[in-house]
Each structure stands twice: as C-alpha cells, then as structure tokens.
Design a protein around this ligand. Structure first.
Ligand code: AMO
Length: 447
C-alpha cells in the first residue's frame, strides 16, 4: 500500500510515485487535459490528467481505466474527498509550489454535495452555520495553529516558573462573579450554576499551599448581548499566585507571560501571519505602560471623547481611544489600566491601602479592547466579609469561600484573560466568532 504524503512534504521528495489525499478545491476540465487543485490539512497541490475522452476500437483495459478516470474528474464536485496515486514531478512553471502530480489512479473516498452552501462572501452567521466547511480555509487553519502555539507557550512559561495546572469544576452551587449573567441548570433535586470564572477555586489553591496555579478552561456567562467580543461560553485563561505585594507583581507576571507567548507565535507563524493576514506581528516590550483609570479617562476626554456614562467606567470607544493614545505616546499595543474604583470591582478585590475608594486591580487593554482583568485579592477575613456585605452579598451563601480565609491564607493575586479575544486582536479580526472554534451566543447552540 502506498502511504499518504502530506502536501507540504511533497516539495522535499524526488520525482516519482506518491499518494495524496484531500478535498477538491477546483477542477479545470479542458478538452485535452484536466487540472484539479487538491487541498489537505497542510496545503494545496495541482493534479494533472491527460484526458481520454473516447475509446478507439480494440482499446485495452488500461485505456478503459483512463477513460473512467477522465469521466470521474469531470464529475467531481467541489469539496469531494479524494485519494490519488500518481507521479510527482517538479516543474518550476507550475505556479502552485513548482510541482504537480500526474494522476495514475483516483479514488473518490467521500463525495460532496454539488452545491456548496457557503461562499467567500457569505455572512459570518451563515459561515458559522457551516463552520466545518468554513474552517477548511487556510486562514482559519492558521488561527487554530496559532492558538495551539499560544496555549503551549503559556503552559511552558508557567511550567518553567513552577505553576501547578488545575482543573476546577464548572458546576457550582453559587455564582462566581455576579448574579447577573448566571446560567442555572437543574441538578437532581436542586439547582446548580455554570461557572462564570474559576475565581473562587483558583483562590482556594492559595490556602491549599499550591503557591502558583493556572487553568485554561471554559467559562459561562448568560450575557444576552450580541457584541463582537462576548460569548456565552468562552475559554478563560486564569492564573493566581501567592506572596504578591500588590497587583504590580501580577502585572509583571502577566506581561512576561504574554511576551513569551507572542515570541513563540511570531517565531513559528510570523511569516504565514504576514502572508495570510497581512500583519507583521509585534512582540510587545516590557514593561507595558500602566495608566491609572482616572488619568486614562482624562486623556480620552482631552482627545475629545467624553465617555457617556457617568459611572467612572471606561466604555469600548474609551478603550479604543486610550489604546490609540498609548500607540502614539509609547509605541505600544498593550496598556494596563490600574486603580479601579471600588464601585466597579467585585468584593474580593483588595482596596488600595492609602486610597480606600480604589482597588489594587487592573484591566489589560490590547489594540483597543479589554482582554483581561487582574487584581490583588483581599485575604483578611474580616475585611473580606465587610466588603461582601457592602456589595449586598449574603456572607452565609459564600461560607465555603470565606472558609478559605480562616485557616491561614497567603496574600495573593491573579488574572483572567479571554483566549478568543487575544487571538481576535492579534489577527485584527472583527469578532471572536472568527477565533473561537465553535461560537456560543444567545441565539447559537449549533453546530
Ligand atoms: P472578567 O469578568 O473581567 O474577570 O473576565 C476576564 C476576561 O475574560 C474574558 N471574558 C469574555 N470573553 C468572551 N465572552 C464573554 N462573555 C466574556 N466575559 C469575560 C475577557 C475578560 O477580560 N475572575 C475575574 C478575573 C480575575 O480577577 O482573575 C474575571 O472573570 O477577556
């Protein structure tokens, strides 16, 4: 049996017999010769077949087989999956990779319906309906190869720095962020909630003595909005570490981590990112700029944009404006917005020792969009209970969490970061639907 060669490996082979398998991208059916562009998961190759259109009298079995091959090529629908054995020939006149395969035998392994349901100009929603076809394109492949490299580099950094990987449960007895955006599910006689974040359980690792932990896993938010940056299920990248003096220590780890991951992506995929996305990927330099939120709002106002809501938050346009400023002033794509008002932060954020209306927390903005929230956590039980009450939470419901702080917990902090958002901004895509394998939103549960 001939073993299958991936298209990307053909270039290194000498002229001679090969077998390739893949999907039919195009067929050019000329009178004397037929061309098929075949794509597999590694690339595309031109197949060529001198056409046999009719049999002469007394034709042998080989001639009949050539006629059959010619007819089956004429009938090939886009997307049909083929295995072809033939002769590889290097020929620099062939535009596609300087080689072609002359078809010897051809097997239709799996036929495709002749009408392809999506085209290059289909709407994003339609493409999502047919995601498996949409994902066949080289650009989409690259997104998920980048994702693989990115996650691998995060793990490598954490493993090299003595972090422990944890997998926290996604079925919970209570909310982990806010009561809004909470999915409730039937759970035997009672109710359970889908985890909005691993927040409580990554913090639990601190009194458990794990020191430094990370998790890459799903998070669920019953967020009814239809923005380009929100999903109801997303992959959350989380870290939490003991012995921090403030959120500054968390930011330092966070930026080092991103430098490591962007370096790995650039090294492995930089050339392809340039070719397919037209982007010269930049590895950020450290330290990332840090701007207190109040100052950022002033900078944005000075640029002529007044954030409409008067509740001290920064809105998406404000994020774009501050990013534009940081690009101009520092030549940087990332900025930490620090010192958030307590009204904007959850009860578990530690407050600033000298300015108690502010928290030891940050948002990380990348190319105009928030990708992450981080903070030092309040670890003093009495202060924590007070802050929970102040936020209108019932400490009894939080008993399991509050217990973590009653038996010796080190000062700690961490962050959560949305995977699809980072990829979206890295590749200048317009929606996390493009950088999520299968998007989940208020009106999308399929496929
Ligand atoms: P936060 O709620 O800000 O913080 O979420 C952290 C990051 O997760 C991503 N994210 C989302 N991505 C897609 N769709 C959503 N609906 C969505 N919601 C959030 C964003 C966001 O910046 N527990 C804290 C983190 C911490 O303090 O450690 C938290 O969850 O990129």
């Amino acid at each position: 049996m001939n073993t299958r060669t991936l298209v990307k490996n053909l270039a290194a082979l000498p002229d001679g017999p090969v077998t390739v398998s893949g999907w039919v991208e195009t067929v050019r059916d000329q009178k004397k010769v037929q061309f098929v562009i075949l794509r597999d998961e590694s690339g595309a190759v031109q197949l060529v077949n001198p056409a046999t259109r009719e049999l002469e009298e007394g034709a042998d079995a080989a001639a009949s087989a050539r006629l059959a091959t010619t007819e089956s090529i004429s009938a090939l629908a886009h997307g049909t999956f083929l295995t072809v054995s033939g002769e590889l020939k290097h020929d620099e006149r062939v535009k596609l990779g300087g080689l072609e395969v002359k078809i010897g035998s051809l097997e239709v392994v799996a036929e495709a319906n002749p009408e392809t349901p999506i085209a290059a100009d289909s709407s994003l929603d339609k493409r999502m309906d047919w995601r498996f076809l949409d994902l066949r394109h080289p650009k989409q492949h690259l997104i998920f190869r980048i994702q693989t490299t990115f996650e691998h580099a995060l793990r490598q950094y954490w493993v090299d720095n003595d972090f422990i990987e944890i997998h926290t449960p996604k079925l919970m007895a209570s909310a982990s962020e806010s009561r809004a955006e909470l999915f409730e599910v039937d759970y035997f006689e009672g109710k359970a909630y889908l985890a909005q974040s691993p927040q409580f359980f990554k913090q639990m690792a601190q009194p458990a003595g794990f020191g430094k932990v990370f998790e890459i896993g799903p998070a669920f938010r019953a967020d009814p909005s239809f923005t380009s940056r929100h999903a109801t299920e997303f992959t959350s990248i989380d870290a939490e570490m003991s012995w921090v003096d403030s959120h500054e220590d968390v930011m330092r780890m966070h930026e080092e981590l991103l430098v490591a991951a962007f370096t790995a992506v650039k090294e492995k995929h930089g050339a392809e990112i340039l070719e397919l996305f037209g982007i010269e990927l930049e590895v950020p330099t450290t330290p990332f700029p840090r701007i207190p939120l109040a100052e950022a709002k002033q900078i944005v106002a000075d640029r002529g944009y007044i954030i409409p809501r008067d509740d001290a938050d920064i809105d998406p346009e404000g994020e774009r404006q501050i990013s534009a400023y940081v690009r101009e002033a520092y030549g940087h794509d990332f900025v930490f917005l620090t010192d958030w008002d307590i009204s904007l932060r959850p009860f578990y954020h530690m407050r600033h020792p000298e300015r108690p209306t502010l928290t030891n927390s940050y948002d990380l903005i990348y190319n105009g969009v928030e990708i992450s929230t981080g903070a030092q956590r309040e670890h003093r039980i009495d202060v924590l209970v007070g802050q929970a009450k102040e936020k209108g939470l019932d400490p009894e419901e939080l008993e399991f969490y509050l217990d973590f702080f009653r038996y010796g917990v080190p000062p700690h902090g961490g962050f959560g970061m949305g995977l699809a958002r980072v990829l979206m901004l890295m590749l200048e895509e317009h929606s996390i639907r493009e950088t999520t394998y299968l998007f989940r939103g208020p009106t999308r549960l399929l496929p």
